[in-house]
Design a binder for this molecule. Sequence first.
Ligand code: MOS
Length: 727
Amino acid sequence: MSRRAVGAPLSRVDGRLKVTGRATYAAEHDIKGVVYAAIVDSGVGRGRITGLDARAALGQSGVLKVISHLNAPKLAYRPNAGSNNPEGGERLHVFQDDRVRFFGQPVAVVVATTLEAAQHAAHLVEVRYAAEKPSTGLAGHRTNKPVTYARGDAEQALRSADVRMEMTYRTARNHHNAMEPHATIARWNGHRLTVWDKTQWVNGTQEELAAVFGMPKESVRVISPFVGGAFGSGLRAWPHVTIAALAARETGRPVKLVLARRQQYFGTGYRPAYEYKVRLGGDRRGRLLAMTHDIRAETSTHEDYQEGVLTTGQMLYSMPNVSQTYERVPLDVNTPLYMRGPGHSTTSYIVESAMDELAHELGLDPIELRRRNEPDDDPATGRPFSTRRLRECYTVGAREFGWDRRDPKPRSTRDGDWLIGMGMAAGVYDTQRGAAQARARLDARGSALVEAASSDMGPGTYTSMTQVAADALGLSVSAVTFRLGDSIMPPTPPHGGSMTMASVGSAVQDACDKLRRQAVELAVADERSPLHGVDAGDVVAGDGRLHVKGDSARGETYQQLLARNNRTHLETLGSFTPGESRFSMYAYNATFAEVAVDHRLGLVRIRRMLGVYDAGRIISPKLADSQAIGGMVGGIGAALLEHTVTDPRDGRIVNANLADYLVPVNADVPSLRAIYLDGDDREADPIGVKGLGEVVYTGVAPAIANAVFHATGRRVRELPITADALL
Ligand code: MOS
């Protein structure tokens, strides 16, 4: 039998390409005759453009064109429900009017034969504005129609509760800050458009461009074989994608447009800032009775961005009374977008901080408090959980982290000038799945090529899909090639929401199962095959051969089978279509952190972290570790460092660079450990996975915040937790 690929700790099949620089990211595709674009962005946060003088720019050698609202053609901007655009608004229409809706909004683009000429000329475009004062803060504005949820009577329950608490938490705006900048190369061929783009969804970008330019989507091809991190920022096509395509059409040349690092902060999305008031009530034994959530978040004036902030508060703990109000405040800002663990990570921080505060109030161990409120069925829907093993996560985590060594009294442990604290939190992310297809092809050499549109922003999709395909076909990993990142390949859902493994993986499994069965059918019907006449159900594949189950000598290789039948290849199309389920499906974590806080300086250092995950089956353990450790690093950023700061006078983001916007560096990252409960959730999908990329992030920030409280006795209700708050 061949060694199973699924579950083996493989290195990335594309690792060599990446470390040798041969993986082609969006800006690196070598397109003949390409010219360069540079965006001129607004220097005011709200108002109108009263004048735009491009003469100096056009006078520079190499400059081909300056496009603005003064000369841009009218674009179709068809509504398109299929894309990832937020509901209830109009997406930003590029160069279609003189309005400035946020600081950094593109107001013109310069196209030139060199990048240097384009960038220099962009500075020479003179724009005059009638500026108005922008609204950029969450306080005191009208809101979009709130989304609400209620069960029971939370107000009544709070009045009668033994213990009542009320807290307001705040979380900062965060930007994705992937290493690879957003970039697009666009080329027209008659009425057909080809785009090389950094995207998490080639099909979504294809639909968006078709809608913007009023074309059938079949006339648009989007190619994106490698993505250098995205964390959600590539889940929709931002205005620069349209601008690249428009510039290419207007100049008749292929155009490359790479956003400068500073422009990433203005021109793409971000995790919105939140203001979150929570009230909770319980009895003396720590049974929760009620929780209320009053949530305010940023959105833009032109789109009503919403994310899943409500479910965690509805289903993480058993309680009869819940009331929620989720308001979005329309501000003069760019539209937010999903960022790793969207919704759940914010709510996990708030709910899990509140639980820690309640545990302290009641003098109960935080894990014990959680155990006392662990539901048997989903309290929001009454449905059974497909799998929910949070109790085991607590048990394993407490044992492996040494939770029993924790003195429950805050500020009780010291190491010289450092106050030492241990904290924990639970986290959750819903198991999302979407309709996906994949094509599998077996050639006469006995090698397989498997394709699906998808993306791989870093989780290792190339590798994990190769593993699934290799096992289904009985081939070694080296005999399988997986390709992705092209809209002409079978369609897939967004490479986000932690749904790629479940969705695309199940489609790959289906395609390869069908392909294997097709080969088996061919063999058992072939008089010259050693498998002739064998029941198809008794034939298995392994080591590149088909053979009788339990008798590996009786069989033949794929090569022999195809050659004898004069077949150049066999090919199948597989699919996965998630149905309605009677189950409630989530992935879970229990995350533990130990911190040290310098009592003189307020400096917080993480000493060690442990995440324990109930995420279903783990296809690729080495890549899973990469996800989990990356998720913890991201969570350290959210807890202690990351904060997009806006100047309220003009809406300018003041730290729009990686020197001033802090992300964790190696010195911030200590010993991190991940443990996966051995699981398999067949209710979720045929390959038993529940999604991993986001559940490893939710739970991290509250574990750290709770550890900081335990170390210092100071409860900081704002992320990031910075030194000034601890002095
Ligand atoms: Mo993820 S925020 O869905 O890329």
